[in-house]
Ligand binder design. Structure first.
Ligand SMILES: *Cc1c(COP(=O)(O)O)cnc(C)c1O
Length: 393
């Protein structure tokens, strides 16, 4: 007989999922009700309003897609790209590559703007792409590249898109809740996120938002959206305004209780306070890592506070370090990806997991494991450096 599954209690400091608070876990196990129950419709309205707050937008078409971040990405592309459209895709890590794949599967032409992994999207290169392709319909880019820990200038790229009469698609999976994300101020036309990064909810839901310009583009389509499930005109029948909501699919009822709770927590803390907390803990972590003698992979001005790429010291087996952290300390950190595979670790300080305790715990555990591997590091300096940084902030 197969027995029940009891997962270990881990500390999640990788690229996501992040630690889920007991408040959110508690919300998940409240009684399931019907997905058209009037009480549930009330919760849906609150989730939409809370997402508008989190995205800093008044866009009416703001809702959670019932599937993970990758589905939010796909929802933006399948609805906005028509066959033959030219789309400028910025790639400086893993996720830009997936955008290209989405454009091509929609019958679009992807014009790639490539930057080195570990560096932000170059505005000059985007401008140059527009000079060569003045009719480009869309610019797509990743705001917070989780694969490298780099932040790109979303405000500037959205402004560039608008100046060239193109729509902007923003991957905000890792930025939402962790750093400033001002959809309306920046004039972003479509953005998608995920629940398991800086919102610290369970994986499997993707908040999305579309501007009125984007909605006009969707309504003017002459080709049917290739995905039935992600066709926003159909999804709107369920998530739209008023009481005439019709069945489209069964919403993940309990997962939405969790998202609601996570967003209530974000509202209670305040966006600016959440961003400041992420920054403070990031600075303390970096101070500790540097005191240990470890280097960061990304230049200071481009770093994401919620995802820290750390250079693996010479002669250290990076995978063995991650396994030892998991086995001895129940601590998960991430491996480098693509061009950075084997060269970096990715330490997440996302959402609920971005706290002082985790900063000190991670430094202490990493130091212990690196010492056991006879790595050439400075011992005994990391914790006090982190603490000094925390008390200075
Ligand atoms: C995690 C992530 C995704 C994909 O989200 P899933 O929920 O794993 O599908 C997309 N883009 C970025 C930048 C991410 O960090």
């Amino acid at each position: 007989m197969t027995s029940s599954f009891y997962p270990p209690q881990r500390t999640l400091m990788g690229p996501g999922p992040s630690d889920v608070s007991s408040r959110v876990l508690g919300a998940l196990c409240r009684p399931t009700i019907g997905h058209l129950d009037p009480k549930f419709l009330q919760l849906m309205d609150e989730v939409k309003a809370l997402l508008q707050f989190a995205f800093q937008t008044d866009h009416a078409l703001t809702l959670p897609i019932s599937a993970p971040g990758s589905a939010g990405m796909e929802a933006c592309f399948v609805n906005l790209v028509s066959p033959g459209d030219t789309v400028i895709v910025c790639q400086n890590g893993v996720f830009g590559g997936r955008m290209k794949e989405n454009v091509e599967r929609c019958g679009g032409i992807a014009v790639m703007v490539e930057d080195t992994w570990g560096e932000p999207v170059s505005l000059d290169k985007v401008e140059a792409a527009f000079s060569e392709h003045p009719k480009a319909a869309i610019v797509a880019f990743v705001h917070a590249e989780t694969s490298t820990g780099v932040r790109s200038d979303a405000a500037a790229i959205c402004a560039l898109a608008a100046r060239h009469n193109a729509l902007s698609i923003v991957d905000a999976v890792t930025s939402l809740g962790g750093i400033e994300l001002s959809i309306d101020k920046w004039g972003a036309d479509a953005a998608y996120s995920g629940t398991q990064k800086c919102l610290s909810c369970v994986p499997g839901i993707s908040p999305v938002t579309f501007s009125d310009r984007a909605v006009e583009r969707i309504k003017a389509r002459t080709h049917k959206v290739q995905s039935w499930f992600l066709d926003m005109q159909l999804v709107m029948g369920y998530w739209g305004e008023g009481s005439k909501r019709a069945y489209h699919h069964t919403a993940p009822v309990n997962a939405l209780y969790g998202l609601h709770e996570a967003l209530v927590m974000l509202e209670e803390e305040g966006l600016n306070a959440s961003h400041a907390r992420h920054l403070r803990n990031h600075r303390a972590l970096v101070a500790g890592l540097e005191a240990m003698g470890l280097g960061m992979a990304v230049a200071p001005q481009d770093r994401l506070p919620q995802l820290n790429s750390v250079l693996v010291p010479e002669g250290v087996d990076e995978a063995a370090v991650r396994s030892a952290l998991l086995e001895q300390f129940d601590l998960e950190i991430g491996a480098g990806l693509g061009a950075l595979a084997g060269k970096t670790w990715r330490i997440g300080l996302m959402g609920f997991a971005s706290n002082e305790r985790n900063v000190l715990f991670c430094l202490n555990s990493l130091e212990s494991v690196l010492k056991a591997q006879s790595a050439n590091i400075t011992s005994g300096a990391a914790l006090s450096a982190a603490q000094a940084s925390l008390s200075a902030a």
